[in-house]
Write a protein that binds this ligand. Structure first.
Ligand code: HPA
Length: 269
């Protein structure tokens, strides 16, 4: 174990609040950035020798819908705390036939159906020039491998790979939209994966996601989606998610100052 590892960022939904007590004593950090304030304070703690920074992207009390999240402020604040690695937790609906509620999936691709979100740091406004993110591989291989290794160590079943389709929300999809997304290649559907992944890559953060399936996607279950069903599935998957995260943090701490570069690149004209 080493105490030299950079802080590890965790961006999660409102379930982040439940995770926090498990990570020990917290220091609260309120961040203001040129893009505004983060969704919530960032809570920093020391767990298994790693400094961990946890941010709830929906705000305390779940007040911020997916399309109104200040993704730029969140990523910039996390980057400025020195996090070169970020694990993103997101609940999703399952489209692929082998996915059940409560399952965990570590996506390796995404499709962005969102619109109107502030989705880049390269918006030409700050005179910093225009950069084009090359994003063939949206998730950091090194971190995906760490998550898969942690899952194996902790005896937690995860689906290795899948396409995370990111919709605008906050409404859920129609059954026809899910058919279309499946035809496009989507395996799971959620509302927060973008622009978070792209912004993290722009800040050269090694970013990967863990998806918790909380419902069959619209039209794929025996009945229409209900909040009760989502809560029940969340409770089923949560224990495994916590095990996976804790082992991931422990593994991360053992790796010390390893180099964590995202797979994507920035191209400048
Ligand atoms: N669709 C979009 N986002 C979601 C879903 C869904 O079915 N479940 C959890 N987040």
């Amino acid at each position: 174990m080493t105490d030299e590892a950079q802080p590890l960022g965790i961006i999660a939904g409102s379930g982040a609040a439940n995770l926090l007590p498990d990570l020990g004593q917290q220091t609260r950090i309120d961040s203001d950035t040129p893009y505004g304030t983060t969704s919530a304070p960032i809570y920093q703690s020391n767990f298994h020798g790693a400094v961990v920074c946890v941010l709830n992207r929906h705000g305390e009390g779940h007040t911020i819908p997916p399309h109104r999240i200040n993704y730029r402020a969140n990523i910039l604040a996390i980057a400025e705390l020195g996090c070169e690695v970020v694990i993103a937790i997101a609940t999703v609906g399952g489209i692929r036939g082998d996915l059940n509620s409560g399952d965990l999936l570590i996506p390796d691709q995404l499709i962005d159906y969102t619109w109107g979100r502030e989705s880049t740091f390269f918006d030409g406004a700050d005179g910093a020039g225009v950069g084009h993110l090359e994003m063939t591989h949206p998730y950091c291989h090194t971190l995906r491998n760490l998550l898969l290794q942690a899952a194996a160590n902790a005896n937690v079943r995860v689906h290795d790979g899948g396409v995370y389709a990111v919709t605008q929300g906050p409404r859920f999809e129609t059954a026809a939209e899910i058919n279309r997304i499946e035809n496009d290649g989507g395996d799971v559907v959620g509302m927060t994966g973008m622009p978070e992944a792209a912004l993290a890559a722009e800040k050269r953060i090694c970013y990967a996601s863990v998806n918790l399936v909380v419902n069959p996607a619209a039209g794929r279950g025996d009945q229409d989606i209900t909040m009760d069903e989502i809560r029940d599935s969340w409770n089923i998957g949560y224990e495994n998610l916590c095990k996976l995260l804790k082992e991931s943090i422990r593994l991360y701490a053992t790796l010390g100052t390893k180099s964590w570069l995202p797979n994507s690149q920035i191209m400048q004209m």
